[in-house]
Write a protein that binds this ligand. Structure first.
Ligand code: GDP
Length: 282
């Protein structure tokens, strides 16, 4: 999906649109990338949703390091935030989301039932930065193409509700937030995972960042993917890039090596990975 270029005007429009839509819902499904549980969040959302109930969905779990996803879910649980880890792309039925919403809203539903309102419908909406899988999730929940992929900020349309088998409906237009790139590392993480445009970061910087990260956290996977020995993975990352260039037979085309490493990360050649480690925040 095309990446939106965000300007202050866009950000305000997106914020206002989300604020308007939030008035219509009881709960929020905050979609994040399971590989970036922190960097794919936008703190503005916390201010926007205030007292609304929320579930954090760690999507693309098929690409993330499962032990880290588990730790992130434990961490969120400790913060009393309900979370789900899903793979919206390869799952046909996302009933798990509806069930989680029912659980989240159980008290409210019960309260209405007790006061005689039998069919109160809980309404929820998806919110997240571009590319985390909002449209994929909404389409799967609706069983057809509903969400506007590539929805641009400020584009308003009539609200349609995606009905589910239970007393829950979802707004078919997701709220699009911009990624908060407050330091270079966050920018590199977002670019490496494909959340933001490549052109915003140089391929060389991105590949060096990836090599350093894999040398630190995923050294066995790096060794296995590129047939490296124990000493190779302890080289400085720029020396390692030079070595790989020779190994790939790319002569002195380091840029080509950088691009290959980036593609390999994205294609999963270097294994499943999480770029925000839970212990970084603890
Ligand atoms: P949106 O911008 O948040 O609406 O994101 P999209 O729904 O357009 O998804 C962005 C890209 O991620 C698309 O290429 C999807 O096919 C892909 N995608 C969505 N969910 C998953 C998932 O769970 N796993 C994987 N591997 N890819 C996903």
């Amino acid at each position: 999906m095309a990446t939106i270029q965000w300007y202050p005007g866009h950000m305000n429009k997106a914020k206002n649109q989300i604020q308007e839509h939030l008035k219509l819902v009881d709960a929020v499904l905050e979609i994040r990338d399971a590989r970036l549980p922190l960097s794919s969040a936008n703190p503005v959302l916390d201010q926007l949703i205030q007292s609304k109930k929320r579930i954090i969905i760690l999507n693309k779990q098929d690409l993330a390091d499962s032990s880290q996803t588990k730790k992130w879910q434990e961490y969120l649980h400790q913060q009393q935030i309900m979370s789900l880890a899903i793979d919206a792309q390869h799952t046909n039925h996302l009933q798990i989301i509806v069930q989680a919403l029912e659980k989240l809203m159980a008290a409210k539903l019960q309260k209405f039932r007790r006061s005689g309102v039998k069919n109160y419908t809980i309404r929820a909406m998806c919110i997240g930065i571009p590319n985390v899988g909002k449209s994929t999730i909404l389409n799967k929940l609706a069983g057809k193409n509903v969400a506007v992929t590539g929805n641009r900020p400020g584009v308003t349309k009539n609200q349609n509700w995606i009905k589910t088998k239970s007393q829950i409906e979802l707004l078919d237009t997701p709220g699009v937030l911009w990624p908060k790139i407050d330091d270079q590392t966050v920018g590199l993480k977002l670019a490496l995972s494909g959340a933001i445009k490549d052109s915003l970061v140089s391929a060389m910087d991105l590949a060096i960042f990836a090599l350093e990260y894999w040398q630190h956290y995923y050294s066995p996977q790096l060794q296995a993917a590129y047939h490296l020995n124990n000493t190779d993975v302890t080289l400085s990352s720029d020396k390692l890039l030079i070595k790989l260039t020779q190994q790939f037979g790319f002569k002195d085309d380091y840029e080509r090596t950088a691009l290959k490493i980036i593609q390999d990360v994205r294609k999963g050649v270097l294994g499943r990975y999480t770029l925000d480690m839970v212990n970084e925040i603890e």
